[in-house]
Write a protein that binds this ligand. Structure first.
Ligand SMILES: [Cu+2]
Length: 151
């Protein structure tokens, strides 16, 4: 299972790179034509989204539970390997909270009784703050967890 996962991530990284290049080149060819308004960012984002879909379907990525509460997160540390497809199954124990990871462009609202599936490729190594982006009371600003992406 582990071997399959790793090889799928490898294939996905290769595929992702070529999809990205295709998206960029595709833009180049249509420069000045009717497609001009479609930004390169949008195309790169679309390429990344389809990469996440392909990789997660093919490798049956295991979900990581993340629960927000007044005023913190459980667990407080999420450790993944660089290149992995990460699937956060996020929810709230009480009121509405946010799952905000600036460097990964993630900002999702979570509510009690609902599980939000947040998928992305951990393509940047380092330690990233997970903070709350939905005002939830006196301890809102102290809500913090860490996403650790190991090289
Ligand atoms: Cu909050």
């Amino acid at each position: 299972m582990r071997v399959i996962l790793i090889s799928m991530v490898l294939i996905a990284s290769l595929f992702g790179t070529s999809a990205y290049v295709l998206a960029v080149e595709g833009h180049h060819h249509v420069m000045g034509e009717k497609d001009e308004h479609v930004s390169m960012d949008t195309k790169a984002n679309e390429a990344r989204q389809s990469l996440v879909m392909i990789a997660s379907q093919a490798s049956e990525v295991e979900g990581i539970n993340l629960e927000a509460y007044k005023f913190g997160y459980s667990p407080e540390r999420i450790v993944v390997k660089k290149g992995e497809v990460v699937k956060l199954l996020a929810t709230s124990r009480d009121v509405a909270h946010g799952i905000f990871i600036k460097e990964y462009g993630i900002n999702e609202k979570v509510e009690k009784g609902k599980v939000r599936n947040i998928e992305f490729v951990a393509d940047k190594a380092g330690e990233f703050d997970i903070t709350c982006s939905v005002y939830c009371g006196a301890g809102h600003h102290s809500m913090k967890a860490k996403l650790i992406v190991e090289q």
